[in-house]
Structures are given as C-alpha cells and as structure tokens.
Ligand binder design. Structure first.
Ligand SMILES: N[C@@H](CCC(=O)N[C@@H](CS)C(=O)NCC(=O)O)C(=O)O
Length: 276
C-alpha cells in the first residue's frame, strides 16, 4: 500500500491487504463451509454477536419481554472474527453474511429476517410495540432509516480507518471524523427538544441509534472519545444515559458477548442472574 496509489484498470483481490478484517472479508458472497445452525425451544432464534447491530435486537427482545410480550428467544453466538457468518446454515438465513439474523418460528412457517432494521420492524409490528404514536410513524421511520444509512460511516468508515486499518491514514480519518461529528451534531440538535428520538415515545428508532451513537458518546467506540470530543454532545449524552438506565437495555447489551460478566448465549431469563 503506497501514498501515491493509482487504481489499475480492473480491480483484483489482494488477499494480503492487511487490516483487522483483511483475512476474513472476500469480494464474493456465499458460504465457505458447511455448518448447520443450532435451534432452541423458543419462538425466536437469533444468530448474532453483541456488536452495535446485534445489541439493537437483543435490547428490543428484552424490552418486549419486560413489557409482557411472548418474545422468548434463544440467542446463539456467531463469531464474526472467526468466520461463522460464512457457514452454510447462516448464509441460508442471511445471504449477506452479516449479523444479526433472526429465524421467527412463532408461525407455522418459519420466516427468516436479516438486516437489523428489518428485524426491529418485524418484531415491533408483530407485537404492536415500541412503534410510538401512529401519528408520528413517519418521524419514527425517518430516524430508524437515518440510523441504517448513517452508521456505516461511523463503523465502516471512521471505525475502520481509526482502529482497524493496517496503519493510520490522515485523509480517510479526517473525512469520516468530520462526518461522524456532523451526525452527532444532528442528533444533539434534535435531542435538545426531544426526550427520545420521537418526542416522549421510546421506540425502535432509539433502540437502533443508541448502540451506535450512545456508545460513542459514552466513549466506548474505538477508544475515540477524546478524539471526537464526545463530551460536547450534551443532549446526546443525556439521552444515552437515560436509555442505559433501562433494565432491558442492561440485559440486552450483555448478550452474545464473550468475557467476564457477559452472556455468550442466552436461552432463559435466568441466564442473567448475577450479571445485572
Ligand atoms: N446493515 C446491516 C449491517 C450488519 C453488519 O455490518 N454486521 C457486522 C457486525 S456489526 C458483521 O456481521 N460483520 C461481519 C463481516 O463483515 O464479515 C445490519 O444493520 O444488520
């Protein structure tokens, strides 16, 4: 890799391109190996990892259960750093090979759902919960889709070049830091006049945005709290703090993570005993 790179006429795959994800990602889709997915006893089977996109779904499932809905689920760990997302069973439920993916077995015909935003909508509509005031549905959808379109600049753009690239590169770090700070300012200005993303209603838009931007203002994204001056986004911090206090959020953020005090798999409410 050089400073003065001239793209060739036709791009070819350099398997040695380095970086944290360099050995895993490929320019082709489809499975790399045969592996069936485990299936538990509950109506919802979640195949995921506790990254921000994964946490959105476990937070919603825990919120649904806390609100009395029949949303019991088994959450199985897909280790994306080890290539589990390229197993044949996972690719059958998500041809895009990214976590999270859900198998909804609550109806006679199982339904696969991939893309975290689609999973949030599917579950919220199924239970008629966390959709907010119907009169403000367009506002809720706007923020939900804002998150789906914006977070790749934070994760795939800023996070990739700040934390995972083979060496620091000023141009992409500058470009994506500027964009992430612009996004944080969008949120900060909106949350100056709104308790949650849609006024007083806590919805799936908050559940989608919080694991990315709440985590960022708490200084947990890529160890870049000082670099992005996250302390200055006071309204985002107030909103993020309030959401973090919710017991369902505290449970959901532990699921499908490894390490001390985390829950690698979740199959029952009692799995959280002693953890939260
Ligand atoms: N738009 C997708 C993005 C999912 C995504 O990027 N998942 C990441 C983890 S946060 C992943 O599975 N990465 C593995 C890989 O790229 O191979 C969604 O919201 O579900």
């Amino acid at each position: 890799m050089t400073e003065n790179y001239t793209p060739p006429k036709v791009w070819t795959w350099d398997k040695e391109n380095g970086g944290t994800w360099g050995s895993l990602n490929r320019p082709i889709a489809g499975p790399t190996h045969d592996k069936e997915l485990p299936v538990g006893e509950h109506p919802f089977q979640l195949y995921s990892q506790g990254t921000p996109n994964g946490v959105k779904v476990t937070v919603l499932l825990e919120e649904l259960l806390a609100a009395g809905h029949d949303a019991e689920y088994d959450a199985w760990l897909i280790r994306i750093g080890k290539g589990d997302q390229f197993g044949s069973g996972f690719v059958e439920i998500n041809p895009n090979s990214k976590i999270p993916a859900l198998l909804d077995r609550s109806d006679p015909e199982p339904v696969r759902v991939f893309e975290s935003g689609a999973i949030l909508m599917h579950l919220a509509e199924k239970f008629g919960a966390f959709l907010g005031d119907p009169a403000k549905r367009a506002e809720m959808l706007s923020w939900l889709f804002w998150q789906m379109g914006s977070a790749p600049y934070l994760g795939g753009g800023f996070g990739h070049f700040y934390a995972y690239a083979p060496h620091p590169m000023e141009y992409p770090i500058n470009r994506f830091a500027m964009e992430v700070k612009r996004q944080l300012d969008v949120l900060d200005k909106h949350l100056a006049d709104n308790r949650f993303m849609v006024g007083e209603d806590y919805t799936i838009a908050d559940m989608a945005i919080w694991p990315w931007y709440g985590r960022t203002v708490h200084g947990e994204s890529y160890d870049a709290g000082d670099f992005l001056d996250v302390q200055s986004y006071t309204n985002v911090r107030r909103w993020a703090d309030e959401i973090l206090e919710r017991p369902a959020v505290q449970r959901g953020r532990l699921v499908n993570r490894t390490g001390e005090g985390m829950l690698e798999e979740r199959h029952n409410a009692s799995d959280f005993d002693g953890l939260v």
